[in-house]
Design a binder for this molecule. Sequence first.
Ligand SMILES: N[C@@H](CCC(=O)N[C@@H](CS)C(=O)NCC(=O)O)C(=O)O
Length: 218
Amino acid sequence: MTIIITAFERSPDGGKGLARDTRVRWALEEVGQPYEVRLVSFGAMKEPAHLALHPFGQIPTYEEGDLALFETGAIVFHLAERHAGLFPDDADARARAIAWMFAAVNTVEPPILDLSIARFAEGDKPWSHERLPLVMGRIRDRLRPLAARLGDAEWLDGAFSAGDLMMVSVLLRLRASGLLDEFPTLAAYVARGEARPAYKRGFAAQLAVNAPDGKARN
Ligand SMILES: N[C@@H](CCC(=O)N[C@@H](CS)C(=O)NCC(=O)O)C(=O)O
């Protein structure tokens, strides 16, 4: 059955791989599933046809026969469950990988998103400058224990898993802020994720859409 995902017709990040279709492309590459991409404009994302797939009018979505999914966590979970390569065989290790997936989207990603909101959506507000250190502090409060738990290990819980795929994808968004550099082991962890051939293929595929000259903009 052909797998079809949606992605931005033109990603606001100009091909840096921060749009969330990149994590789905990465997961598809890790499990060796071919896929097609339907590009959608910001306008089309809010039209009934796309809203039928994604109630919040966002990307990415995932279609496979009669199955339509939204939320990257759910999509990566689905792929990890159906195909080898993203979940360990051991049931307890699998449960821990799922815990890390939830930690990525539910505990680590929210303050990181808050930083984007503070910078881009609220940057012109008179109080925004004063708020920024608070937002950065909340991110550090998540990165510190994450770095402590990772320690010198390569991945969060033994072999690379969907938990790492989601966590690296979330942390990637911090690069421009400089915050990742304060935690060298986390910066190295992200670099290890980006060095995976499957990540490189997923990244290259989104870059080809957003910066056909091969150079990410912005
Ligand atoms: N929690 C969702 C977030 C999806 C999301 O925020 N998508 C962004 C692109 S990365 C989007 O479509 N933004 C445009 C909009 O919200 O109108 C997920 O992980 O799939």
